[in-house]
Design a protein around this ligand. Structure first.
Ligand SMILES: [Zn+2]
Length: 307
């Protein structure tokens, strides 16, 4: 071995030694991270199906971010945000212009700051809708009409737009046709929020290529109405938990018994409803999840209750 080669040999050994130390340090660091993991990285997502009576309002909340999908008809969603210390929404989504989804937004805008609001642009000739629009315009929220494939990320929480394909400002058909449908993901966890999407829209989604529909949680379209939640859609989403938002003793008979039967026949899902359980909160670390209800009732709805 020449002097130069010996030197290279020593340097190489020294380098290996440094690498080994670094490797050991990394290992120790990794173990520390794993040990601390339970506390340091314990950020959870809480999906809160707020009991707003007959209407939809869903709050997706992590330590640093909050997204609200629909706001019910009255004051309930704003009250809930206030009571739970939410003072900023990164994003608010109004799925369509009906009162039981947008009626609560003026109160929400009075209660919290909203950074961005998504709506499909379709007009609706009611006073409630006009008040909703006025509140949006008077706010500092950035307004956007999202399109299929759009995606917003807030830390590990991602919101993807599945429907409509683009602005519905020029659409004059039924408000449910261009309802905004989003799928939210958080690590391995996912929740499909359908607003009042009906069966025809569901089939449109199923027929799209490259569209991931499978989700851990499904919010049933249109408050559990039989015009939504087709067998095909339930099978495609294949949820472990379904939640519908409906008022106790509502005049529409929501949720419809045939929807409960379809769920039972096509999925293994547990069924929760705000009319029975009050506010339903699904908390997840991104892998596992648990369900809590505001009235303390943990038992999912049994299909025979609807027979
Ligand atoms: Zn509705």
């Amino acid at each position: 071995m020449t002097g130069a080669n010996a030197l290279i040999g020593i340097s190489a050994r020294a380098l290996l030694c440094v690498k080994a130390v670094t490797g050991a340090r990394r290992l120790v660091f990794a173990i520390v991270l794993i040990l601390l993991g339970g506390t340091l990285f314990a950020e959870n997502l809480r999906v809160q199906f707020i009991d707003v009576g007959q209407g939809d309002a869903i709050l997706l909340q992590t330590d640093d971010h909050a997204v609200l999908v629909d706001a019910g008809q009255y004051q309930d969603a704003a009250d809930y945000l206030g009571e739970h210390g939410v003072d900023l929404l990164d994003l608010a989504i109004a799925t369509h212009g009906h009162a039981d989804h947008v009626g609560g937004f003026p109160a929400v805008f009075e209660t919290v700051q909203v950074r961005e609001l998504w709506y499909n642009g379709q007009e609706h000739p009611t006073l409630t809708f006009e008040r909703f629009l006025d509140a949006v315009l008077a706010s500092e929220a950035e307004y956007r009409e999202p399109a299929r494939g759009d995606r917003a990320e807030f830390g590990n929480l991602a919101i993807e737009v599945l429907h409509p394909e683009g602005s519905a400002a020029d659409y004059d058909g039924h408000l449910h046709d261009k309802n905004i449908v989003v799928r939210a993901t958080y690590h391995e966890f996912s929740v499909m929020l359908t607003g009042d999407a009906e069966a025809e829209l569901e089939l449109e989604l199923i027929e799209l290529e490259d569209m991931v529909l499978e989700s851990v949680v499904l919010k049933l379209g249109h408050h559990g109405s039989s015009t939504s939640s087709s067998r095909e859609f339930l099978a495609a989403v294949s949820p472990a938990v379904v939640v519908y938002q409906a008022g106790e003793d509502n005049p529409y008979g929501h949720p419809h018994a045939e929807v409960i039967t379809r769920i039972e026949e096509t999925t293994q899902a547990e069924i929760y409803g705000t009319d029975v359980h009050g506010t339903v909160v699904i908390e997840t670390d991104g892998i596992e999840y648990s369900v809590e209800t505001s009235n303390g009732m943990r038992q999912p709805i049994q299909p025979h209750q609807f027979e």
